[in-house]
Design a protein around this ligand. Structure first.
Ligand SMILES: CC(C)(COP(=O)(O)OP(=O)(O)OC[C@H]1O[C@@H](n2cnc3c(N)ncnc32)[C@H](O)[C@@H]1OP(=O)(O)O)[C@@H](O)C(=O)NCCC(=O)NCCS
Length: 186
């Protein structure tokens, strides 16, 4: 899948069409992982704290990200620039999965996560036939993330007041969903 990336090098600003791919994370991605995970601008709306060491990142990749049921790194030319995951519900909640995503700051605003979400939506319902609903929970002040979900065809369902704590503050969030029966762009 291609998006236009503005690779501004030297005088000219070339619009290059580069392919985005999704693949499982590897321990060797740790330096690229730190680019987004150690950046306060990126982690501002994430429930987890900004990473402060490579060792911490290696532990997370080894013990959580690699064993995760569905976590992929978003890549350009096989280089990880972000991550996207679907965490499945269990038991009576197995009909739904929760979407999460994060992207290195230098790549914001180029349509990359919108595209990555569309790629996930076009495959996850086939990979997991019991999945009927993909949902995402976004802080009310995370406007970029809400816009991405709208662009990817998710429906805004409503406001959940004082739903979660992010960086020590209790936040109102909004719930978005996409059903396996919804029409969405691929
Ligand atoms: C939110 C995030 C995933 C968006 O990824 P992205 O690849 O930059 O998103 P896209 O380029 O596909 O689309 C961004 C859209 O949001 C809009 N947008 C970005 N910031 C915005 C803001 N502060 N207010 C309103 N709209 C905003 C952009 O204009 C664009 O919409 P448009 O195409 O209609 O102009 C990325 O910024 C990120 O990783 N943020 C930090 C982590 C995070 O918040 N994760 C989600 C937790 S719920």
């Amino acid at each position: 899948m291609s998006v236009n990336l503005d690779k501004s090098e030297g005088e000219g600003r070339a619009q290059e069409s580069l392919e985005i791919t999704l693949r499982p994370i590897e321990l060797s991605d740790v330096d690229d992982f730190m680019v987004w995970a150690a950046d306060d601008k990126v982690t501002r709306f994430c429930p987890w704290d900004t990473y402060t060491s490579k060792e911490q990142a290696l532990n997370y990749i080894k013990n959580c990200a690699i064993p995760h049921p569905w976590l992929r790194v978003i890549c350009i030319e096989n280089c990880a620039i972000g991550a996207i995951s679907v965490t499945p519900g269990s038991g009576f909640d197995r009909c739904r999965g929760e979407l999460g995503y994060v992207l290195s700051y230098n790549y914001w605003g180029k349509g990359i996560v919108t595209r990555a979400i569309q790629m996930v939506a076009s495959t996850i319902f086939k990979e997991w036939p019991y999945l009927e609903r993909l949902q995402a929970i976004v802080a009310t002040d995370n406007n970029g993330s809400q816009r991405v979900l709208e662009k990817a065809g998710f429906q805004l369902e409503g406001l959940l007041r004082k739903y979660t704590v992010i960086k020590g503050k209790t936040k109102d969030v909004v719930m978005f969903s996409l059903l396996s029966t919804d029409h969405f762009l691929v």
